[in-house]
Every structure is written in C-alpha cells, then in structure tokens.
Design a protein around this ligand. Structure first.
Ligand code: NAD
Length: 506
C-alpha cells in the first residue's frame, strides 16, 4: 500500500465514523502513522481559552446530568456501547493505523471499550452505599454517593481509546461530565470516539457538553490539571508526567487517579509448565511491541531451568514476525516514533555496559522509510538488576536474570520504583500463595500462571509506588468518580451525643 493510500484510508474511516474532514485537515498538529511514518492528518491545537470554554460547558452539563437517575444515565452508556459494536471494525482499524497495534489488538482495544460499557450499565443500578450501626438510640447512619463534577481525562498514546472509556463510562453513570485531553500522538482515534459518543448522546438526549474533547499537547493537559472546576483528574502516562501532575492536583486538593509507568516482572519457578511460560512470556513481553504499561520487562528464571527455557525464548523471539501490523501473521508492529527507537537503543547500550548480553533489538524493515521504526524484540541476559533494568524503557526489551533462592527473588522482584503488574509461573502452591501474600509481590496486579499483561475490565486496574496508586475500570473503582456523604438521621425525641458527650443548655 502506498503512502497516500494509507492517508486516504484514514480519511475514509473517519468520514464513515462521522468525523468532519475539517476536524483532521488543515491544522497545525500533524499526525503520523507509525506504520509508514507518513502524515495522515493535521488537527487543530486547542488554546488555553478553548480548554477553559470546554470545562465550562462540561460543568454546565454536569449540573443537569447529576439530577438524572443513575439507571437512566446508564442508558447513554448502553447506547454508546451499541455504537461501538457497530463501528468496531473501523475504529479498530484506525487504532492500528494511528497507534501501530496489530489488527487483533486494535480490535481488542475496541472490545475493551464495549466491555466497560456493559460493566458500567450494570453498575448504574449498583451504586451502593452502606448503612452503619450507630451508637445513638433512634438514629440511623448511612452513606450516600453523589456525582462529583467534571472529570478530566489525560490519556497516553498506547491505549488511545480504551483508557478514555474506562474513565468516561464510569464517570457518566456516576453522574459526572468529562473533558478528555488525548495523547498528541493519537488525536484521530479520539475524534472518532467523540463522533460515536455524539451519536449515542443524541439518541439518549444527553445534555450538550457532557463529554468534551480538547486536542493539544502538554500545555492543554496542564490547563486541565490547573482548573479548579475539575475536581478529579485521571492521568495516564509516564511517571515523569505524573510527577508534574500529582503535586499540582494536590496543591488545589483535587483528586488524582494516576496510572503511570510499570516495570513488570515474572518469576519462573522450577515446577513451571514451560510451554505455558513460552506463550505467556511471548505475549506479555512482545505484544504491542513492548508498548504496554503492563509489558513484561523483567524475567527471573530459576537456575535449574534456565538452560531449558532461555534458548526456547530466543527461538520464539527470532521467529516472531515483525512488520506491518495490518498483515496477517504479524505479531509485532512498529514503535510509535523515532524518540522511542532512540530510547530503546540507549537502554540496550546501557545494558551492555552493565554486562548484559543482547540478542535482537536491531532495527528492521528500514525499506519502509526513515520515519517508520520497526525493531526485532530484544532479550538481554543480565548478571543482575542494574539501574537500566529498574527503569521503564517503553520498547520490547526483556531483561532475563537467574535466581536460586525464593526469598531473594521476591526481594529483587519488588526492588524497582514501579509497582504495576507482576506474575509467577509455578505449580508449587506454597510459592504461588506466598507471591500473592503480604510478603509477596508489591504490585497492584499479581497473577499466577499468566503473564502480567492483558487485564480484563472486571478487576480494578492500577499500581503502586511510582505507578501512581490510581485504580480504574472494575471492582469498586467507581468510588473515585463520586463524592461520599455520611448521613446521620435522628428519628427520636432526644439528642444523645456521640462518645457520651453532654452539652445541656437551658
Ligand atoms: P506521556 O507521559 O508522554 O504522555 C501521556 C499524556 O500526558 C499525554 O496526553 C501528554 O500530552 C500528557 N502530558 C504530558 N506532560 C503533561 C503535563 N505536565 N501536564 C499534563 N499533561 C501532560 O506518555 P506516553 O508516551 O503517551 O505513554 C507511555 C507511558 O504511559 C508509559 O510510561 C506507560 O507505562 C504509561 N501508561 C500507563 C498506563 C497505566 O494504566 N498505568 C497505561 C498506559 C500507559
């Protein structure tokens, strides 16, 4: 397919999804497809005034939306899910074109949006509060959950649409409005999602401004973070971004849902099923070309099986098809851009300097063009957990290390600044349970006999330490999008005070 054909296909998809050509042509922010490096759109960058106006519209919408009963709010999300189902092929293809994900992962990302919509529709009838035993006679104590306001959503390039939906679907049923600042690398998929949302909103009769999209870079993100009309900001991206955003939100006492970098590991025990390990490691470490927050980056292999496993992994790495993510059989698509490629090469050099032995990692498919960056995923056998291993490099590098003592490997596992996802492959019940216990993995996600990557929406998603502590999607993550009020009602004729305090006035 020629370069112009890719741009033409992008325009056709956007048109089919209901995005006006004026939204993605003639702007100052160029959008490139990592598949070829070619320009596929030019969007307008919002000004600070645009962001402020969008927040104002979202705030007005919130004032109306909060009064709509939650199950009726769920109807908007149900209709949006229908729009997504109808548009799945087109939107998935657009994710592939703009973010470089292979076809099944592009479609999978849209499926994840559909899944969270289904979850949120059910949730719209389950926003439960507790009733609590009170120490005072003829009193009742309970908690109620109220909509909180405008939820700001800042998203990263690698999940250009799903992350917004995790936040937005919950926010809508919780009675909030949203303002979305997508990654500057993936604004076209955001435009498409917004167009689909508008269709659902028109069918549901949702108030104008309930979901605002503001396209821009860091400055737009900062404007959203600084605006006191936004009580909650969910920010997904690098730890560096979170370090800037977190204190700003804390300063104005806003709630932060931070979903930042990961440095995820798997421990391979002697009893592990190695067939499972090879498949699990391959997907977790090479899937999405190593550009998932949950990508497997550190592999601890027990001494006794190292020589049986590592050559098998190298073989899988050597045979995996790297290439155009639209082609059948390709499992590893391109890196997002040159900066990403440069960071990968820098990390490999640092790993070599620290005694690492590198297999793979070289650039491939240079014939595609200077602006497209394909790499063979790298395995790096490390003598220990050097500084480079403790850093998240957002590329397909798997650092492999040996272990022999279980307590020791647990320490090494946790000895990184990040705390997102983790796993152990073992058939030893004691090891599995210890890994999941208080003295085991310190991450927000801990798995047994599956890799650290590929979460489903029913669980709460997020991690500890430099990953930021936020939780999104399933379980009770919805509570972050609501305001809790504790209510005490006296239905008696006396006024007993708590803690036996007496305060009698004439
Ligand atoms: P990035 O930090 O470069 O950008 C993420 C978003 O933050 C973008 O929209 C960007 O414009 C915005 N931004 C940057 N600086 C900002 C600031 N000072 N104020 C406000 N907004 C700002 O990240 P990226 O390269 O797009 O994505 C990759 C990173 O995201 C990786 O570190 C990855 O682990 C992480 N990530 C984490 C999760 C998770 O759930 N934990 C999910 C996906 C990606």
């Amino acid at each position: 397919m020629t370069a112009s054909a890719l741009a033409a296909e992008t325009s056709e998809i956007l048109a089919r999804l209901g995005v006006a050509a004026s939204a993605f042509t003639g702007g100052t922010m160029t959008v490139r497809s990592p598949i070829s490096g070619e320009v596929i759109g030019a969007v307008k960058e919002a000004s600070a005034a645009d962001m402020s106006a969008a927040i104002g519209r979202a705030h007005d919408a919130f004032l109306a939306w909060r009064k709509v009963p939650a199950p009726k709010r769920g109807e908007l999300v149900r209709l949006f899910g229908e729009e997504l189902r109808a548009a799945k092929a087109d939107l998935g293809r657009l994710v592939t074109i703009e973010a470089g994900k292979i076809t099944s992962e592009g479609l999978g990302e849209v499926q994840e949006m559909i899944d969270i919509c289904d979850f949120a529709v059910g949730l719209s009838r389950q926003l439960y509060g507790l009733t609590i035993a009170t120490e005072r006679a003829s009193h009742r104590m309970m908690e109620t959950w109220h909509p909180i306001g405008v939820v700001g959503i800042i998203s990263a390039f690698n999940f250009p649409v799903a992350v917004w939906s995790w936040n937005a679907a919950l926010a809508f049923v919780c009675g909030d409005s949203v303002v979305w600042k997508p990654s500057e690398k993936t604004p076209l998929t955001a435009l498409a999602v917004q167009a689909l949302y508008e269709k659902a909103a028109a069918r549901a009769g949702a108030p104008a401004g309930l979901s605002e999209l503001v396209i821009g870079g860091k400055a737009a993100g900062e404007a959203l973070v600084n605006d006191t009309r936004v009580p909650v900001v969910s920010a997904t991206g690098s730890t560096a971004m979170g370090r800037a955003v977190g204190p700003r939100l804390a300063e104005r006492f806003a709630r932060a849902i931070l979903e930042l970098g990961g440095n995820n590991a798997a421990i391979i025990a002697p009893s592990a099923d190695l067939d499972l390990v090879v498949r699990g490691v391959a997907f977790a470490a090479m899937g999405t070309a190593g550009q998932r927050c949950t990508t497997l980056r550190r592999l601890f292999v027990h001494d006794s099986i190292y020589d049986a496993l590592v050559p098998r992994l190298k073989k899988a790495y050597g045979s995996v098809k790297v290439g155009d993510p639209r082609e059948a059989g390709v499992l590893v698509g391109p890196l997002i851009d040159k900066a990403s490629f440069d960071r990968m090469q820098g990390a490999l050099s640092a790993a070599k300097a620290a005694g690492g032995v590198v297999t793979g990692g070289e650039r491939t498919r240079e014939d595609v063009g200077a602006d497209a960056h394909y790499v063979r995923p790298a395995i790096v056998e490390m003598p220990g957990q050097a500084d480079v291993v403790k850093t998240e490099t957002f590329a397909p590098i798997l650092y492999v290390m040996r272990w022999s003592d279980f307590d020791e490997v647990l320490k090494l596992h946790n000895d990184v600044p990040q705390g997102l996802s983790s796993s152990i492959f073992t058939n030893d019940l004691r090891q599995a349970e210890t890994f999941l216990s208080v003295v085991g993995s310190d991450c927000g996600i801990a798995n047994v006999n599956i890799g650290p990557s590929g979460a489903e929406i029913g669980g709460a998603f997020g991690g500890e330490k430099e990953t930021g502590g936020g939780r999104e999607a399933g379980s009770d993550a919805w509570k972050a999008y609501m305001r809790r009020a504790t209510n005490t009602i006296n239905y008696g004729r006396d006024l007993p005070l708590a803690q036996g305090v007496s305060f009698d006035v004439e």
